[in-house]
Design a protein. Structure first.
Length: 207
């Protein structure tokens, strides 16, 4: 279960922002899933993804997303950001929680998906769809759905344990009967104050 992402052109800046924003996210008992920068001409978007701890189920509430968005915007708009940004161009801050259909690429993603129906692409084996019942440091246990006629509820087979090294990819299958859906993203614009001093020369050398 290994995915090698291409290096972001903003990797150094994203790493600095991750370190800056993480304490605020952690203070809300949340996990900072990722920080990324997207650029389109002179416009740049700072995307921050927060998630519940791996041992909790459900989604991050909209009120929590809104509060974190406000606090992160204030932090980014303060002098504490000096030396963090590569330039002084304005950003749009976008704070969200992962959708239920995100790829299950890390053990913590699998732990967050316990109890859900998952679809697993198996390396040199039969692909599985079934209920994720257990996650350990080494792999997962799934109770697969047996094929059934259209309109007939699938019967469950015997539990299957898969080590992570045999999993090519995995994702959650949306169950429309569930009500614990993940909230939509909350958005807030951020533009550095005119008197904020940013050490752009240092950032340019580090990047």
């Amino acid at each position: 279960m290994s995915e090698k992402a291409s290096e972001s052109p903003f990797a150094s800046e994203e790493a600095r922002l991750h370190a800056l924003l993480e304490p605020t996210v952690t203070a809300h008992r949340l996990f900072l899933e990722g920080v990324s920068i997207k650029a389109a001409g002179a416009h740049r978007t700072l995307h921050v993804v927060v998630d519940l701890p791996q041992d909790e189920t459900g989604g991050v509430g909209l009120d929590v997303i809104a509060e974190i968005s406000r606090e992160l915007s204030e932090l980014l708009d303060s002098r504490k950001t000096a030396g963090t940004f590569a330039d002084d161009r304005p950003y749009d801050l976008e704070v969200s929680s992962p959708g239920v259909t995100r790829p299950l690429s890390q053990p913590r993603h699998w732990r967050r998906a316990r109890g859900r129906i998952v679809k697993v692409n198996v390396i040199q084996g039969e692909n599985l769809t079934g209920r994720l019942t257990d996650v350990t440091d080494d792999g997962v246990t799934i109770v697969p759905d047996r094929p059934a006629a259209k309109g007939v509820k699938p019967k469950q087979g015997d539990p299957v344990t898969l080590p992570f090294e045999k999993i090519r990819s995995g994702r959650v299958e949306v169950e429309f009967s569930r009500v614990d859906t993940v909230p939509e993203a909350a958005f807030e614009s951020f533009e550095p104050e005119a008197d904020t001093e940013l050490d752009t020369d240092t950032d340019a050398e580090e990047a």
